[in-house]
Design a protein around this ligand. Structure first.
Ligand code: ATP
Length: 486
């Protein structure tokens, strides 16, 4: 990491070229924001924001034809911004601006301004750094001591924090997101201003909130962000169900664990094993049904019976409110929440083939993710216990492989369909059809018969007898039906 510099060595071809074009056109320009911050932190960035004195769109239209390899220019007249690509680098160009805000909206009134005005409207000192693209190419401008804050790992607003957050409350989420991504501290006054202005979050659109929340979840250690959200009071406003888990009740000297702290620990654990956003969401929400199912039973202690079922039921409402997708991603999270205890139950009992088959049948292709979640769920401080669980999980994984190879249960469809049952016995759709079908499926999962057509057909005949049904056709009889007899 480089600090205390006046000049940065800029080797990016695109910036060298843009700088010479701007000088030729006699237009003042600067690289600002995330690119400068990340460059100083030694991180690569494929997004470059440039501020020019003048109209951003007009300047972009002059630059693109003069810059070989620049393409895909898009202009946003409403925002006065222009975007284009240089190879795979995305360049955004905007005129320097001055902003003022109204109470009821985070949309500012915008006027043309100087570079100082532009840096002043930025959210944090570490995002208010600029690199000159002018004659003094590479000179670093740091009006708010952003370099020092980068060095000290501090998130601080350039202006008065109370006003900064009141103007645009999304910045509260951004402060917490940057603190999480960069593992920085939020400076005391900035932190207190978040707590003071938290209720202003209601003027921010749910989509913007979720954007930031997803970035927190995708960080290396998301618990940093969730602790900050909870402690500033924001979590209660945006995800009250999770905040409700932050308690420990004691009865007759018996306490239960703090399920909020447990959930964010599980999220941290899974974050070291997956970049799948939805698996991370499942980890965060796996115990979400606990507060509503919590009971104290004499002689037993605290119980949360059925929390996984209730939790899974809560997911659609929660996703809808948060404006998360209501498609297969939601169903995936729901399924993992519903099944999250199953691998642990397997570990606690003798691992029988039939229990493994049932789990494979229900989890399908998501079995590996479910195993990752179950392993991440072990947060005991007792290292012996953790070791024992993880070893047992290894056995479960081995057993899963064996059973899958033998019985091909993953994505399994019972070999006898409802159609076959109805046609064979000449009956209409009815409960009997469903019962026979389920009984065949259960017999396969329990290992009573093999997963093949012939044994399933014979069992169907046996079961039908109980309902006094006999075949009216031999159309589906195995020897008549070589193809299905696999
Ligand atoms: P990343 O790309 O990692 O999200 P970034 O800093 O580039 O980080 P952007 O959202 O692309 O973030 O914003 C670019 C710059 O615009 C920021 O660095 C900051 O200077 C400024 N900015 C963005 N959003 C706001 C805001 N709500 N209030 C004030 N300044 C902002």
């Amino acid at each position: 990491m480089k600090f205390a510099m006046d000049n940065l060595e800029i080797k990016e071809e695109v910036l060298i070229k843009i700088s010479s074009i701007l000088q030729e056109l006699e237009i003042e320009g600067y690289v600002i924001g995330g690119y400068v911050r990340d460059k100083i932190l030694g991180k690569e960035s494929k997004d470059i924001d440039i501020v020019v004195l003048g109209k951003g769109i007009d300047v972009a239209k002059k630059i693109v034809p003069r810059l070989p390899s620049a393409h895909s220019l898009v202009v946003y007249k409403n925002f006065g911004t222009a975007m284009f690509l240089y190879k795979d680098i995305q360049i955004e160009l905007v005129g320097a601006r001055k902003e003022s805000y109204k109470r009821n909206s985070r949309k500012p009134i915008v006027e043309e301004g100087s570079l100082e005005d532009d840096l002043m409207r930025r959210d944090f000192t570490i995002n208010a750094l600029a690199i000159s693209l002018n004659k003094d190419f590479g000179r670093l401008l740091d009006p708010f001591n952003g370099i020092k804050d980068l060095k000290d790992k501090i998130i601080r607003t350039p202006l008065e924090p109370d006003k900064t957050f009141d103007d645009d409350p999304l910045r509260m989420m951004r402060a917490i997101r940057f603190a999480t991504q960069l593992n920085f501290e939020i400076e005391k006054n900035t932190y207190e201003a978040i707590n003071k202005n938290k209720d202003r979050i209601k003027i921010v659109s749910q989509e913007r909130i979720i954007d930031e929340l997803n970035k927190i979840i995708m960080a290396q250690k998301p618990s940093i962000g969730f602790l900050l959200l909870e402690n500033t009071g924001l979590l209660k406003l945006i995800l009250p169900e999770l905040s409700a888990m932050n308690s420990v009740e004691v009865k007759n000297g018996i306490s239960h664990k703090n399920n909020f702290l447990h959930s964010i620990q599980v999220l941290d654990n899974i974050a070291s094993n997956t970049n799948n956003l939805w698996l991370r969401w499942a980890a965060l929400l796996h115990d979400i049904g606990k507060p509503k199912t919590k009971r104290f039973e004499e002689g037993v202690g605290w119980t949360f019976y059925g929390h996984e079922i209730l939790g899974a039921k809560m997911i659609p409402t929660l996703f809808k409110r948060l404006r998360l997708p209501l498609n297969d991603k939601m169903k995936y999270v729901q399924k993992l929440v519903r099944l999250h205890l199953r691998p642990i139950a397997l570990v606690e009992e003798e691992v029988s083939d039939s229990a493994v088959r049932r789990l494979l049948f229900e989890a399908g292709d998501d079995i590996d993710d479910l195993m990752l979640l179950a392993e991440a769920d072990i947060t005991s401080k007792n290292q012996q216990k953790v070791k024992k669980y993880l070893e047992n999980f290894k056995k479960v994984r081995q057993k899963l492989l064996e059973v899958e190879q033998k019985d091909r249960i993953r994505n399994f469809q019972p070999p006898i369909s409802g159609e076959i049952i109805m046609e064979t016995f000449g009956i209409p759709p009815s409960k009997i059809v469903g019962d026979i079908k389920d009984a065949i499926k259960d017999a396969i999962l329990d290992g009573e018969i093999h997963n093949n057509y012939e044994e399933s057909y014979n069992l169907m005949l046996k079961l039908a007898k109980r309902y006094k049904l006999s075949p009216v056709t031999n159309k589906y009889k195995p020897e008549q039906n070589e193809k299905q007899n696999t």
